[in-house]
Design a binder for this molecule. Structure first.
Ligand code: ADP
Ligand code: ZN
Length: 526
């Protein structure tokens, strides 16, 4: 209600130009906005940076009443409200950080029809008192941001979101708009269903980010791998993600000692330091920012040239969201990640020891495995990533490490048969370490105790070293020929597709893991 009753409501194009100072709509924005202004429900599935915010901010100004925006992130709310106010939009945020007085002022402004946009947290919106209050306020629309949070299949489930399903019954005439940048097909179906948006129009665009080059390497002295990567990007700004605060600080210190300007950023640092480092990063050619994933949400810097991961993210969605912060200006950018088996164990442990209910843990494990599949794939990374979002891509993108430097392959048929046979003959009860001991003929205490040295498979795999066998098992798992039973200490099990391999009816091509320079040097020195 930027207008009063006697003034006509503005048109979306007018608002775009006069309030937001932008010349034209992008992609499907105009369509989405027209649909919502006309009172339709919508589900908007667009990648990060596509411009989802305008899809509700403009209808908010082109319809009578206040638009209620649900957002889980208080920091993000604050930034958006600030930006809107600077453009002359009457916006406010209602969340737990307000004093009672501030909250009362906002309620009064709402009743008086003096607000265009109100940001609220999902728990606030879900409370009975607030719903009854809203019933007396003229409403333009509901926008549900980060809508994937309503789904247990999503990577960021928030139980507070579940209550939002009630909005349809309570406010049948108010258009509702759900937005997300990250949802696999299962999560999408689930969020549509739970938000009762079955009749909504769905707007989606390809999730492909063609200007981002994906590179995923095995860790082998990760810090120096990172340094080499950064040296190739001197003077460009980028983000290095680490899992823990401690590692953020260590990495930033180490890089600085190596002559690379790097600043730490995590939630444990003083607000003033965080702001200072963020500002330095936001300047045109800022330093490298080493951060936990606390950094990045709502950061709008178009020329981030690279995003590097020194630790494995929790899922493809998380990886995609984090790497998606690179190259919003459409120029060539890099997404680089180093990962190792220790990351996998750490992630598994985080899931096992986490607070989620068992059902959610199972989803988390599946999501981690899907990411590992992308890490292990010998074919186009982009194709594998997009497949996860339900998009088919022909592959051979020419802009990922697998396409640019195709892996050397070897005939792993015999090795795979031996590995599968070792699993089968030991009753599918053991992890890779023990199985490799059997294959390599190591008479460990455990091997002797279980009399596995009597098996015909004992010692048949002496031709491959420990690392090569690990690679065989990893690749078989990544292809779904075997699976890892996390409820049984990582025991390996045969899947249906193991049968033709075991029976020698299907050849298996395996990727040769690149030998690092360090290992080459070590081998040459030996
Ligand atoms: P998302 O929520 O989809 O990640 P945002 O709404 O934060 O994306 O928008 C990302 C950036 O794109 C913002 O800087 C925004 O101002 C800009 N933007 C959005 N729509 C347009 C447009 N039509 N023309 C130019 N810039 C736009
Ligand atoms: Zn590719």
């Amino acid at each position: 209600p930027i207008n009063t009753a006697d003034k006509p409501l503005p048109h979306p194009e007018e608002v775009l130009k006069s309030i937001f100072g932008l010349p034209s709509f992008r992609g499907e924005q105009a369509e989405i906005i027209r649909h919502v202004v006309d009172g339709g429900d919508a589900v908007v599935l667009l990648p990060t940076g596509a411009g989802k915010s305008l899809c509700y901010q403009i209808p908010a100004l082109c319809r009578e009443g206040v638009a209620v925006v649900v957002s889980p992130l208080i920091a993000l709310m604050r930034d958006q409200v600030e930006a809107l106010r600077q453009s002359g939009v009457r916006a406010a945020a209602l969340n737990s950080t307000l004093t009672q007085e501030e909250a009362r002022d906002i309620r009064e402004a709402l009743t008086a029809g003096e607000l265009d946009l109100l940001y609220v947290t999902p728990e606030r919106l879900a409370s009975d008192g607030f719903i009854s209050f809203l019933a007396r306020v003229p409403l333009a629309l509901f926008a549900i941001d980060e809508a994937h949070c309503i789904s247990q299949w999503g990577h960021d489930f928030r139980p507070e979101y579940l209550q939002l399903g009630r909005l349809k019954e309570r406010f049948p005439d108010v258009p509702r708009l759900a937005l997300t940048a990250t949802a696999d097909p299962q999560t999408r179906d689930d969020l549509v269903h739970r938000l009762q948006l079955d009749d909504a129009r769905i707007f989606s665009a390809s999730f492909d980010r063609p200007n981002i080059r994906y590179t995923i390497v095995r860790k082998d002295n990760a810090k120096s791998q990172l340094r080499d990567f950064l040296k190739a990007h001197e003077g460009a700004s980028g983000i290095v993600y680490c899992l823990s605060r401690k590692k953020v600080e260590e990495t930033a210190d180490w890089l600085t000692a190596q002559g690379i300007l790097a600043l730490p950023y995590h939630a444990g640092l003083d607000r003033s330091i965080r702001d200072k480092h963020q500002d330095a990063f936001l300047k045109d050619e800022g330093p490298v920012l080493v951060a936990t994933i606390a950094f990045g949400m709502g950061i709008d810097k178009p020329d981030v040239r690279f995003v590097a991961h020194l630790d494995l993210p929790s899922s493809i969605e998380a990886y995609y969201q984090e790497t998606g912060r690179a190259g919003r200006d459409g120029l060539p950018s890099d997404a680089w990640m180093a990962w190792g088996m220790s990351d996998v164990s750490l992630r598994r442990r985080m899931i096992d020891e986490g607070a989620s209910p068992e059902l959610v843990k199972q989803v988390e494990r599946t999501k981690l495995d899907a990411l590992l599949h992308v890490c292990e794939t010998a074919t186009c990374r982009r194709q594998a990533l997009l497949a996860h979002f339900g998009e088919s891509h022909a592959g051979a993108c020419g802009n990922c490490d697998a396409c640019l430097t195709p892996a050397e392959m070897w005939d792993g048929t015999e090795a795979a048969r031996k590995a599968l046979s070792a699993i089968y003959r030991t009753g599918q009860r053991f992890g890779a370490g023990h199985l490799i001991d059997i294959l390599r003929g190591n008479k460990t205490e455990k091997v002797e105790r279980s009399q596995h040295d009597d098996l015909p498979t004992f010692g048949v795999g002496k031709d491959l070293d420990q690392k090569s066998w690990q690679s065989v098992f990893r690749q078989l798992a990544a292809r779904g020929i075997i699976s890892i039973d996390h409820t049984a200490y990582g025991a390996l099990k045969l899947e249906e597709s193991a049968r033709p391999v075991l029976q020698g009816q299907q050849p298996v091509e395996l990727r040769r893991d690149p030998v690092s320079k360090r290992r080459q040097r070590a081998a040459a020195a030996a």
